[in-house]
Design a protein around this ligand. Structure first.
Ligand SMILES: [Zn+2]
Length: 293
């Protein structure tokens, strides 16, 4: 049982007992880890606000072998998620990012590049930069880093280059654009505008400065990514319904705080996982925008 030190972003916190919780963290050196935090819920906890969602902390933990949880022994707060008390859209965007990290990364699989991207995105959410653009950039680069980047130029089936046209077929299951021949007979194919395809290319470059994209195109891109992420995860992300309000500014502190708690509850895994999955599959079928043949 070795004691390890690294930087960590809190992505899920579940109450375990009256005084303890289980924290899922995305760390710089060890990827995702799950650790028991004893005494975290006591009034004068040594962890204080280091165990809040999306805080960045310097942690020390005891790495347990086999399947048991690691044990968090120290957490020194480095950065709070300040947007959480200032703007609902930015709060939701942050929670969505935490949910994607939890769902799409594996325990003990380090991705320092993804850690940097997440930290960068949290800072830009704190600066109240456009949340729709920030999550689109996050999603497309996350997909690239975990080896699930959609193909934007070449048909995902035959590899031929897809020429510029007003609308192009995009396979949700095949993972990218499809040529005229290959789209025939494919399921879960949607038709997207060339502008959305261009926007996806721009965001996936991962530059710190956000590209300026027309709000209409951003809206259409949100719809495409909602379906793409849901297909990849096999269910709708829990925070996805909240993303519809991301285009609207809100800085009412009281509203943010009360909804903060509501959204916090949504992060806790449900016990009726199996029922949930069935419902989600139905939603996915209904959501198919157009099936081309
Ligand atoms: Zn093809």
């Amino acid at each position: 049982m070795a004691s390890e030190k690294t930087d960590a972003i809190m992505i899920r916190i579940v109450e375990f007992s009256e005084s303890s919780c289980i924290a899922t963290m995305f760390t710089r050196d060890f990827g995702k880890i799950g650790a028991m935090v004893k005494g975290a819920r006591r009034p004068k906890s040594p962890f204080e606000s280091a165990i809040d969602l999306l805080t960045v902390s310097r942690i020390v933990f005891i790495h347990k072998s086999s399947d048991s949880l690691d044990l968090l022994t120290e957490a020194k707060l480095q950065r709070r998620f300040r947007a959480a008390t200032r703007s609902l859209p930015h709060l939701y965007a942050g929670y969505y990012i935490a949910e994607l990290l939890d769902a799409l990364t594996h325990t003990g699989d380090p991705h320092p590049d993804l850690f940097e991207l997440t930290q960068d995105t949290i800072i830009q959410l704190d600066e109240l930069q456009d949340p729709l653009s920030l999550i689109a950039r996050f999603e497309l680069n996350l997909l690239r880093m975990i080896g699930q980047k959609p193909s934007f130029e070449n048909c995902t089936i035959c590899g031929s280059s897809v020429p510029q046209q007003p609308r192009v077929a995009f396979g949700q299951l095949s993972g990218g654009v499809l040529c005229r021949q290959c789209r025939v007979g494919q399921s879960r194919v949607i038709s997207i505008s060339w502008g959305v395809l261009e926007a996806m290319k721009l965001f996936s470059q991962g530059n710190h400065a956000l590209p300026s994209v027309d709000p209409m195109v951003l809206g259409e891109l949100r719809g495409v990514l909602n379906n793409y992420m849901a297909n990849l995860m096999g269910r709708r992300p829990r925070m996805q319904p909240m993303l519809s309000m991301l285009g609207r500014p809100s800085t009412v502190r009281d509203d943010a705080l009360s909804l903060h708690r509501k959204a916090d509850a949504m992060q806790i895994p449900r016990t009726d996982e199996s029922t949930q999955e069935n419902t989600d599959k139905d939603v996915l079928d209904e959501a198919e925008i157009s099936q081309e043949s």
